[in-house]
Each structure stands twice: as structure tokens, then as C-alpha cells.
Design a protein around this ligand. Structure first.
Ligand code: ADP
Length: 316
């Protein structure tokens, strides 16, 4: 049994708390560092009573930021402000951009070799932000910084399984591109098991996957956005990273990473994970003509989002 020290940045939040719970539940985690600007002592005390091996420690406020990251092998970042109705992920940009920049700067200094998994939206831009910060600090390894798009895959698996009466846990739908609106590209033609839909249903399912976040924002009616399903997805991805660190083979997850698969500098595709992070980018696979059109529409938007992130760090 190997050590796996995980740090959750923004651990007191709507995503942070259930994410911390799920990571505490995993027997693969040996230490769990909970960082937030508020309330971590309570969250940590509560979780520390759970009968799993992980030692839970609270770090509260900026004075304890660097300590929270010391020795972390996996850093998961859900910190930010939540999306309100009518707000796009891009509206969150300025607040979350600063938060991710500052957390990434601390990580680059204290835990430059850690795997960094970014949940804070807009992921299309916050991953370039963290990458630029690591670059400036001279410790950038493109194989170790990940945008968590797992919720798009989880939703696609659920919706496709529902539509076909399949077991969702045995349904695998790759989702590529980015993590907002039209940049989300479900590859239903590559679903396992193979499925097929009439054109109108394919279009409706694709749009539902792309806009699923809005379904939750509307249903929560002003009280927040997806937190529980996001926490599940974040934990699934975090645990995949730990398994890869532990030398487990064939760990594949879609993730938004530095990429030369398309014209977009960052792009999500299925990634074979290993001890050093991205071991192999498994690429696009074969796209249907419908999916090729989705890709075409996504690229300009993605490029814009990436540029916006880079410009935020390298300000005018
Ligand atoms: P979400 O639904 O996205 O989780 P919340 O507002 O519930 O949104 O949670 C976001 C969490 O991020 C809050 O607990 C908040 O205190 C935390 N947070 C905000 N700014 C920072 C920061 N600079 N560093 C760490 N955590 C932060």
C-alpha cells in the first residue's frame, strides 16, 4: 500500500465538502489536506471520525495555504464562486481566475510535482491560467495539470444508458473538447456498448449533455449549481490519478490537458494516465460527420477561452 496525500482547495464549499467526503471514503487516500478560507476546522473534525485510514487535517485561511500543499501528490481545486441562474461559466471568470492563479502559484512553489486537477470554472480558461503560472515559476510540466471534465462523461453515460435501458456503470461515452456549452463534444458514435439514435434524438441528447449544468442551476433555483454530481466526478478523477500514481495499468480518463491533437492548445480527449501524469494522449478516434461539425464549432470558442486565460496571467 502506497501513500497518497491529497489536498482539496476550497474544501468547505458546495463541491468541496462532498468531494472531501468521497476522498475520505477511499481507502487509497492516506492523508487528506483540507484548505479553504473559511470553515475547514469543522469539516475536517467531522470527516476525521470516519473509519477510513486517511488522516484529515484542516488548513484555514491564506496563512496556512502553503502548509496545506506540502507533500501533496494530488491537488484538487474546486475553490471559487458558484454559478447563479442566468450566469454563464464565463461570468465567473474574474473571481475564479484570481483564485486559481493564487492557488496555482502556491502549488508551483510548494508542490511543483503534484498532479493538479482543476474543477473551478471556466475550466477552459482556468487550466491555461494554472499552466501559465507554473510556466512563470519555471516548473511547468504539461503532463501534470488536468482540467476535470469527468462530469460531462458521467452525464453522457447516464443519459445514454437511460435512453437505451443499459447499466450506466457499464456504459462508456467519451466526451472531448472543453467543459462549457458548445465546446463539450460527446462522442456517442464511440459509446461502449455501441448505440445508435435517429438524427433528431442524437441532436437532443448531445444538447442535453452540453447544457446539463443549466438543468441543475435552474432546478436549484438560485441556490447554486451542480455540486453533488460534480463532487462524484471530481472524486472519480482524483482516484484515477492516485491509481495511476500507484502504478496501476490501463487507467484512462478523459481530461482537458495541454494538447496538440487539434488547433486548440488545450483540449480534452481520453488520456492514458501513468506515474508521471499524462502517459499517452489517446486522441480523437474516428468521428462521425455530426461530431466533426461539433468539433469545428468548438475550436474557435475554445481558442478564445484559452487566450482569455493566458491573457489574464500575462496582463497587458
Ligand atoms: P461550489 O458550488 O462551486 O462549490 P461554493 O461557493 O459552495 O461553490 O464553494 C466554493 C468554496 O471556495 C467556498 O467554500 C469558498 O470559501 C472557497 N473559496 C473561495 N475563495 C477561495 C480561495 N481563495 N482559496 C480557497 N478557497 C476559496
Amino acid at each position: 500500500q502506497r501513500n497518497a496525500k491529497v489536498a482539496i482547495m476550497g474544501a468547505s464549499g458546495g463541491i468541496g465538502q462532498p468531494l472531501s467526503l468521497l476522498m475520505k471514503q477511499s481507502p487509497l487516500v492516506t492523508e487528506l489536506s483540507l484548505y479553504d478560507i473559511v470553515n475547514t476546522p469543522g469539516v475536517a473534525a467531522d470527516l476525521s471520525h470516519i473509519e477510513t485510514p486517511a488522516k484529515v487535517k484542516a488548513f484555514n485561511g491564506p496563512d496556512q495555504l502553503k502548509d496545506s500543499l506540502k507533500g501533496a501528490q494530488v491537488i484538487i481545486i474546486p475553490a471559487g464562486v458558484p454559478r447563479k441562474p442566468g450566469m454563464t461559466r464565463d461570468d465567473l471568470f474574474n473571481t475564479n481566475a484570481s483564485i486559481v492563479r493564487d492557488l496555482a502559484a502556491a502549488a508551483a512553489e510548494v508542490a511543483p510535482k503534484a498532479f493538479v486537477a482543476i474543477i473551478s470554472n471556466p475550466v477552459n480558461s482556468t487550466v491555461p491560467i494554472a499552466s501559465e503560472v507554473f510556466q512563470k515559476a519555471g516548473v511547468y510540466d504539461p503532463n501534470r495539470i488536468f482540467g476535470v471534465t469527468t462530469l460531462d462523461i458521467v452525464r453522457a453515460n447516464t443519459f445514454i444508458a437511460e435512453a437505451k435501458g443499459l447499466d450506466p456503470l457499464k456504459t462508456q461515452v467519451p466526451v472531448i473538447g472543453g467543459h462549457s456549452g458548445i465546446t463539450i463534444i460527446p462522442l456517442i458514435s464511440q459509446a461502449k456498448p455501441q448505440v445508435s439514435f435517429p438524427d433528431d434524438q442524437l441532436k437532443a441528447l448531445t444538447e442535453r449533455i452540453q447544457e446539463a449544468g443549466t438543468e441543475v442551476v435552474k432546478a436549484k433555483a438560485g441556490t447554486g449549481s451542480a455540486t453533488l454530481s460534480m463532487a462524484y466526478a471530481g472524486a472519480r478523477f482524483g482516484i484515477a490519478l492516485i491509481k495511476a500514481l500507484n502504478g496501476e495499468q490501463n487507467i484512462v480518463e478523459c481530461s482537458y490537458v495541454r494538447s496538440n491533437v487539434t488547433e486548440a492548445k488545450y483540449f480534452s480527449t481520453p488520456i492514458l494516465l501513468g506515474k508521471n501524469g499524462v502517459e499517452k494522449n489517446l486522441g480523437l478516434g474516428k468521428l462521425s460527420s455530426f461530431e466533426s461539425k461539433l468539433l469545428e464549432a468548438a475550436i474557435p470558442e475554445l481558442k478564445k477561452n484559452i487566450q482569455k486565460g493566458e491573457d489574464f496571467v500575462n496582463k497587458k
